[in-house]
Design a binder for this molecule. Structure first.
Ligand SMILES: [Zn+2]
Ligand SMILES: [Zn+2]
Length: 325
């Protein structure tokens, strides 16, 4: 069996990464990767691939192809196809993150700030889409959006691309996957009280430098309790953009406890409030001790300590004068 990627655990050393970029820093090899993606069925013989790439010199073609075989290209029974690493690299090339940069100056798209009613603006710079209120410094959303996506949405659709890509990012993190290197990441509940109170969920990747943070509201927005609560009040969380949802834009919950962190957040819709209590739950530090009979989840790798977040919900009336229907 072929082992296209012997470093499937993702632990590339700096030297290996330099070699990776050297391998791909060549026009012909990039063309081979792109052509191999384009051939019917995603695989080709040597001569089919050579024809697809359009290179006459078989010796030269063979030289470059062999540089890719093993890591980016798999060879089985004299047929070539992209390895998983090759597909990832191709995705990065196509999304434009290594090659393009573009800027869209701030424009209005017709929605107003929930705090002050000023016209919201959207902009794109440094591969980040941003929706912000020109007068409230805290009313701002920003996320990485690949340039290629923007090209397809159109320049005055930055806000739409932000909403869509933002949802994908939130979902990926909620599933415990790093958006950069696809390693496992764990949620960490944080409550900061400097200047403005901010409650957020942070995901620090141990395999790559990516540290991500999402608001508490975004962490909760896919929870069935939150979805159905809004549904009952005529709000579709799938279609309503981030900046129209107060619970997503409010930065803070109320801190009930610092150690462990426990935060309470009120989500309002109509005349009702959904009260969410969010607590961080660390695996105990002596997690490698015998835990038989405790009912705790047993981890395959006892040296890793994982954190998770527990949420409980309660409903309450928004005020005393609530009218029963
Ligand atoms: Zn505002
Ligand atoms: Zn990562």
């Amino acid at each position: 069996m072929n082992e296209p990627n012997k470093h499937s655990d993702g632990t590339d050393t700096a030297e290996e990464m330099t070699a990776t970029f050297a391998t791909l820093g060549n026009e012909t090899r990039l063309r081979i990767v792109r052509s191999l993606w384009g051939v019917p069925g995603g695989e080709a013989t040597f001569s089919e691939l050579q024809a697809a790439v359009g290179m006459r010199d078989s010796g030269q073609f063979n030289y470059h192809l062999n540089k890719l075989v093993g890591r980016f290209v798999q060879k089985d029974d004299n047929r070539y196809r992209l390895s998983s690493a090759g597909v990832l690299v191709l995705g990065a090339i196509l999304s434009g993150s290594y090659t393009t940069s573009d800027r869209v100056p701030p424009y209005a798209f017709g929605d107003a700030c929930l705090n002050c009613d000023a016209t919201l603006l959207a902009t794109y710079e440094d591969e980040h889409a941003r929706v912000f209120c020109p007068t409230c410094p805290t009313f701002t959303l920003s996320t990485y959006v690949p340039p290629r996506i923007l090209e397809q949405y159109g320049r005055e659709q930055v806000h739409v691309a932000l909403d869509h890509w933002g949802r994908l990012t939130v979902e990926t993190l909620r599933l415990g996957i790093c958006t950069n290197c696809h390693s496992r990441v764990d949620p960490e509940l944080r409550h900061q009280t400097e200047d403005v109170d901010v409650s957020l969920v942070a995901y620090e990747c141990e395999r790559c430098p990516k540290d991500s943070q999402i608001s508490l509201g975004m962490y909760l927005m896919r929870d069935p309790a939150v979805v159905s609560f809004h549904h009952e009040h005529g709000v579709n969380l799938e279609s309503e953009p981030f900046w129209r949802l107060p619970f997503l834009m409010e930065e803070s919950g109320d801190m009930l406890s610092e150690e462990p962190v426990v935060v309470e957040k009120r989500i309002r819709a109509g005349d009702e409030v959904l009260l969410a209590t969010i607590r961080e739950d660390h695996e105990p530090e002596d997690s490698d001790k015998d835990q038989e009979g405790t009912g705790r989840e047993v981890h395959h790798r006892s040296e890793e300590v994982h954190s998770r977040i527990d949420v409980t919900f309660e409903r309450e009336a928004a005020d005393e004068t609530r009218v029963e229907q």
